[in-house]
Design a protein around this ligand. Structure first.
Ligand code: 5GP
Length: 174
């Protein structure tokens, strides 16, 4: 995959505007509440750091690392917990921040993990992108930025073989 062959799907302005809209929604929903935002590394790092800038609620950030991709562009169907060390989240409002929901296996794994390990006050799942057409398990993000077709996308945190995470926009290879 070469950068000159990529086509932009969402510009940085579109992404920023949509993130501000999601933040507004979250500010209304969590008004008067404290939230623990759990960023799923590495893909959600840009989305999470941009989103939390617009949240005006008491907030803590945690980071966990998972991997599900066996090869560069095909899902392995198995979620690996690379580092999922978290503080005691009992009684907390947890907001999971992900880059993309594809098959839904990662989202399901995380939701089950949170519910099995903690007695949360609330749990919500927020993803920048949602590939609804490729879903294999019954899971929907509570909030998402954009719905996309079955395309392999890169940029704004999303990688191909470790590259392209630094792009300020989201692109795909046509
Ligand atoms: P799922 O478990 O829903 O199949 O996949 C979730 C993970 O797969 C995402 O967190 C992301 O790391 C990776 N993934 C799924 N689709 C894409 C894509 O189009 N581009 C990139 N770069 N990663 C993807």
């Amino acid at each position: 995959m070469k950068i000159e062959n990529l086509e932009t799907l969402f510009t940085k302005e579109q992404i920023r505007n949509r993130i501000k809209e999601i933040a507004q929604e979250l500010n209304n929903i969590y008004k008067g509440e404290e939230v623990v935002a759990v960023c799923v590394l590495k893909g959600a790092v840009m989305f999470a750091t941009e989103l939390v800038k617009y949240l005006d609620i008491p907030l803590k950030m945690e980071f966990i690392r998972l991997s599900s991709y066996g090869s560069a562009t095909t899902t392995s169907g198995k979620v690996n917990a690379v580092d999922i060390s978290l503080p005691d989240l009992n009684g907390k409002n947890v907001l999971i921040i992900e880059d993309i929901v594809d098959t839904g296996l990662t989202a399901k794994f995380l939701i089950d993990f949170m519910n099995n390990n903690f007695n949360l006050k609330s749990l919500k799942f927020c993803s920048l992108l949602d590939k609804k057409v490729t879903r294999k398990v019954d899971v929907e993000p509570d909030f998402y930025g954009f719905e996309i077709d079955d395309k392999f996308v890169v940029g704004f945190g999303l990688d191909y073989d470790g590259y392209f995470r630094n792009l300020s926009y989201i692109a795909y290879k046509p």
